[in-house]
Design a protein around this ligand. Structure first.
Ligand code: ATP
Ligand code: MG
Length: 183
């Protein structure tokens, strides 16, 4: 079910950055970066915070699992003022062309033998895709074997600031800031 709250995107990104830096301190040599393109105030949004955190965690988990050197970068851009496009980019092993469709399916992995090198259950991307779609967005991927992979996903951009403005202009008579702003 849907549970939207107000939250600061930049804070979520910073917290994930701290967590993944801590957990992957052994992977030195990887340049790990976060790219925040809006001011902190502009990232006060209405969204399903837990789903968003889960999607980003799943993608960052994969990025660290499949990258042994180079860099991992994640961040977001605002598109047409009404969608946020997040990305998680790595310089890891990449994904073969013929596998690019199946990895979003449940329990599917590029290497499906019992002796495979990388652990996991093959659920992370299926869950992420489901969550993105429930939130009204789309997920896609660009990858090149041995060069790296970038996952992109969109969600609607619902800043608290503009929400307040819209309510104000459509409901001038008995407008009460607090009543309308709290969701
Ligand atoms: P789980 O997430 O359940 O622990 P998993 O990581 O294997 O297991 P998914 O996150 O769904 O499952 O990813 C499916 C498969 O897609 C991976 O096993 C891997 O083969 C491929 N894959 C996903 N992300 C990347 C990436 N960044 N680089 C290379 N391959 C990837
Ligand atoms: Mg995974």
């Amino acid at each position: 079910f849907i549970k939207e709250t107000k939250c600061f995107l930049n804070i979520i990104l910073d917290e994930l950055f701290a967590q993944f830096s801590r957990e992957n301190s052994a992977d030195d040599g990887i340049d790990f970066r976060v790219n925040k393109t809006l001011s902190d105030e502009e990232t006060l949004v209405i969204t399903e915070e837990r789903k968003l955190r889960q999607i980003l965690s799943n993608l960052l988990n994969n990025a660290f699992k499949f990258t042994s050197s180079g860099y991992i970068e994640y961040g977001y851009h605002l598109i047409d003022n009404n969608f946020l496009e997040f990305y998680v980019q790595d310089s890891g092993i990449g994904i073969q062309k013929e596998k690019q469709e199946i990895i979003f399916e449940r329990f599917r992995q590029v290497e499906e033998t019992f002796t495979r090198k990388y652990g996991g259950t093959g659920l992370g991307l299926a869950i992420s895709k489901g969550f993105v779609e429930l939130m009204g967005g789309q997920i896609r991927m660009e990858t090149q074997e041995d060069k790296g992979t970038t996952f992109y996903f969109t969600i609607p951009y619902k800043p608290v600031g503009s929400e307040a403005k819209i309510i104000k202009s459509t409901n001038k008579k008995n407008y009460k800031w607090d009543d309308k702003l709290i969701l």
